[in-house]
Structures are given as structure tokens and as C-alpha cells.
Design a protein around this ligand. Structure first.
Ligand code: 3HC
Length: 391
């Protein structure tokens, strides 16, 4: 097996800079690459802040860790002596295919290309690269240093050695909040495990968002409906992940899973106005006073009674069953563990084992109420046979 020393992280945004930081902390030589120097500089600044925070806590030597970082705005030359490229560029297929091709054309004959795409086909990304057997997926969760989960995805042409090396590299990356959880994704399906399972919740959330807007109900009252049972309420989480990412991702599911994934009107309008959430300072919320101020506002708000967490658990269970039906994961324990490690939220199978009949009825009603047939329960959920598919 190739000895991985040199890692190139492509894309210096929120995810890329987090991936670069944990790769440096793991002892790899890291080259951070983006298309413009200002993007690279912003990424380096975020990494320096994170590493210096840990030095202040006596957890590492900042000069030693930062000494492992090089930067570039020229991918073709920067990839010359690299063992693995972790790509975290914009969620556009043609861009991902192009950079994969550039890496395979200019990198050493053993270089691996691992995409951090949230949803897109790994098989498609590597297809025309000249070396699809060395392309795979390595999907991280935001913020990378704090979220334990990494999904490693096999494309249709990914070789066993590529998959094994990617699993090993993923296991070697430290996390500030406990042991990394590496979820093997056995089939290249949209959204893999965690994002796929949470995807139809966005159909329900989108319906609630547009209803709330029509009735002019403040967003903090929708987040108050979560009653502090989610690490972040639906509006806050959408702003945190990025409303543009939400639209990109839902449009991809609209093409690959169902037209019911049409992004909600309010989110399209916010994105069209350039309000992408935390990263632009405005989305559902005004972020000028920081996240804590928004959380305080939600705590004081009266719940609107429009967003019900039981509905989301039922939707999660249904999609979890679809993931099992399609053979993306070998059993429901992996799905629950991956969701906890990727979203800091329990997966649905724990409670679902005892509630699937009631939740199936609930989904029939919800599909009628929202007009979204994709929310209807699948056969594996309605039969309850999933309860025998733990491993
Ligand atoms: N380096 C070093 N230290 C860091 C750091 C970094 N890069 N980032 C944060 N820290 C430190 C902070 O300084 C803080 O230190 P302190 O305890 O000494 O003050 C500590 O880590 C904890 O940071 P926070 O105070 O920000 O942490 P919270 O306890 O508020 O939790 C959270 C933050 C983990 C983000 C929590 O709110 C959460 O779980 N939110 C949900 C996030 C989620 O669902 N993510 C997944 C989104 S979906 C996704 O990513 C998929 C993709 O495809 C889109």
C-alpha cells in the first residue's frame, strides 16, 4: 500500500480549510489550493485561528503544525508530488470533473482523487478523468474539526486499494469531539448515507418555510418548534450550512430522486438576493451579532406549532429504509451511528423499531397535506422488515 505523506486540499472555503487543518494535525504535508490568492489567504487565516486556539489549550505546537502548510493557485503544478487530493470545490459537476481530470493528468501515477461532494455521483466525477479506478468520495461534515463522521464512497470503478487507502487516511484524521467515525458507503447513490437520509426532511422544512412566510411567522418561532432538541433549529442550520448549498443539493436531488425536491421559494428568493446565510452575514437571520444572539432570540420565542420533530424522525426512518433497499449501507446500525457522528443528532432506527406502523400512517397524512408523494412510506418501512437488518 502506498505510504501517504503529501495531501493536497483543493478549495480553501469552509470545508476545505477544515480538512486542511485536521490533515496538518495528523502530520501530513498539506498544500492548500484555490483559484485566487484571496480565497487561499482567507482559508489560511481560518486554519491559523483554529491551530492557535489549540496551542493556547496546550494541545499542540502551532509553529510545528503550520510548518506543514504550503499554498498555491496553480493546481497542475502543485499536484506533481502529491499522494492524495481531497477536493472541496463548488457543488458543480462540470467543475469537479475538470479538476479530477487535471489531477490525473498532472499528478503521479498513484495519486488518489477523493471528492468531498455532499451529494454528487463519484462515478460521474471520475468517469472521464483517465483513471476512474483512483477516484473515490471522502465526505466530511461542517465544521470538520468538530464533526466526527467521514463517509468514504466507492464509485462504480473505484479499485479496492483506492478504497482501502481512503478509509485509512480518513481514520488517521483527528477530531476535537471524540473518535472519528468512518462510514463505508457501498453504493454510489445521491447523498450517500447521512445527507441522503436527511434530504427529504428538507422537502418538509421547505414546505414549512413557505407556509411560515405566507403567514408572516418569524423564523425564530419555527426554530423554537424544535424545542432545543436539535443542535440547531431548521432555519439556523440552513443558514449555517449555506442557503446556496441547500439549493444546489435540492436541485441535484430533484434531478436524481424526485421533483418534490424543488427548493422552497423563500430560499430561492434569499439566494437570488445574495443572502446565503452565515457566510454572507444574512439569510433567514441577520448574523451581524453572531450565532449566540440568534440562539437567544429563539429561546425567548413562542413556538409556532408548524414544525414537528416526530414528522422528521418518520421521514428519516423512511429514507433510511430506502438506503437499505438500495444497498447503500449494509445495516441500520451504521446509518444511525453515521447520523449521530455527522449531525450530532440520533438516527431514526432506535425509536423507529417500535413506532414504524404509527409513523407510516403519519407519513401517508403528511404526503397528502404537503402534496409531496416522495414523503409516502416505502415498502420496507411499511412492512417493518427493516427491524431484521441491524448489521
Ligand atoms: N480549531 C480549533 N478549535 C475549534 C475550531 C477549530 N477549527 N472550531 C471550533 N473550535 C473550538 C471552539 O473554540 C470551542 O472551544 P471552547 O470550548 O474552548 O470555547 C470548541 O471548539 C467548541 O466550538 P463551539 O463553541 O463552536 O461548539 P458548540 O458546542 O457550540 O457546537 C457545533 C458547535 C458542533 C457546530 C454544534 O452546534 C452542532 O453540532 N451543530 C450542528 C452541525 C451540523 O449538523 N453539521 C452538519 C451539517 S450538514 C453537512 O455538513 C453536510 C455537508 O454535506 C453540507
Amino acid at each position: 500500500m502506498v505510504d501517504i505523506k503529501n495531501v493536497l486540499v483543493l478549495g480553501a472555503g469552509l470545508m476545505g480549510s477544515g480538512i486542511a487543518q485536521v490533515s496538518m494535525m495528523a502530520g501530513y504535508n498539506v498544500t492548500l489550493v484555490d483559484v485566487e490568492q484571496r480565497f487561499v489567504d482567507k482559508g489560511v487565516k481560518g486554519i491559523e485561528e483554529g491551530v492557535k486556539k489549540l496551542e493556547a489549550k496546550g494541545q499542540l505546537n502551532a509553529a510545528e503544525v503550520l510548518g506543514k502548510l504550503k499554498t498555491s493557485i496553480d493546481l497542475a503544478s502543485a499536484v506533481k508530488n502529491v499522494d492524495i487530493v481531497i477536493e472541496a470545490v463548488i457543488e458543480k459537476m462540470e467543475v469537479k470533473k475538470q479538476v479530477c481530470k487535471t489531477v490525473m493528468a498532472n499528478g503521479p501515477s498513484h495519486v488518489i482523487f477523493a471528492s468531498n461532494t455532499s451529494t454528487m455521483s463519484i462515478t460521474e466525477i471520475g468517469k472521464d478523468s483517465g483513471a476512474p479506478e483512483r477516484a473515490c468520495g471522502m465526505h466530511f461534515f461542517n465544521p470538520v474539526p468538530l464533526m466526527r463522521c467521514i463517509e468514504v464512497i466507492r464509485g462504480a470503478s473505484t479499485s479496492d486499494s483506492t478504497f482501502e487507502i481512503a478509509m485509512k487516511v480518513a481514520e488517521s484524521l483527528p477530531c476535537l469531539r471524540g473518535k472519528r467515525y468512518i462510514a463505508p458507503v457501498l453504493k454510489d447513490r445521491p447523498g450517500f448515507i447521512v445527507n441522503r437520509m436527511n434530504a427529504p426532511v428538507q422537502i418538509y422544512m421547505g414546505w414549512v418555510f413557505d407556509q411560515a412566510r405566507e403567514k408572516q411567522i418569524p423564523w425564530e418561532r419555527i426554530d423554537a418548534d424544535a424545542g432545543g432538541k436539535m443542535p440547531m433549529g431548521p432555519c439556523l442550520l440552513a443558514d449555517y450550512v449555506g442557503l446556496d448549498t441547500m439549493v444546489h443539493v435540492m436541485n441535484y436531488y430533484k434531478e436524481t430522486l424526485s421533483s418534490d425536491f424543488e427548493p422552497p421559494k423563500i430560499v430561492k428568493d434569499l439566494v437570488a438576493a445574495g443572502n446565503l446565510g452565515a457566510k454572507t452575514g444574512k439569510g433567514f437571520y441577520d448574523w451581524s451579532k453572531g450565532r449566540e444572539a440568534i440562539v437567544e432570540k429563539t429561546k425567548k420565542a413562542e413556538p409556532a406549532g408548524m414544525f414537528d420533530l416526530v414528522n422528521t424522525m418518520a421521514i428519516l426512518l423512511n429514507e433510511g429504509c430506502r438506503i437499505l433497499e438500495e444497498g447503500v449501507a449494509s445495516g441500520f446500525k451504521i446509518i444511525d451511528d453515521a447520523n449521530m457522528a455527522g449531525m450530532n443528532t440520533p438516527g431514526p432506527f432506535g425509536a423507529g423499531k417500535n413506532n414504524w406502523q404509527e409513523w407510516s400512517k403519519l407519513l401517508e397524512d403528511l404526503a397528502k397535506k404537503t402534496g409531496k408523494s416522495y414523503l409516502k412510506p416505502c415498502d420496507l418501512m411499511k412492512s417493518g422488515k427493516f427491524t431484521e437488518m441491524r448489521k
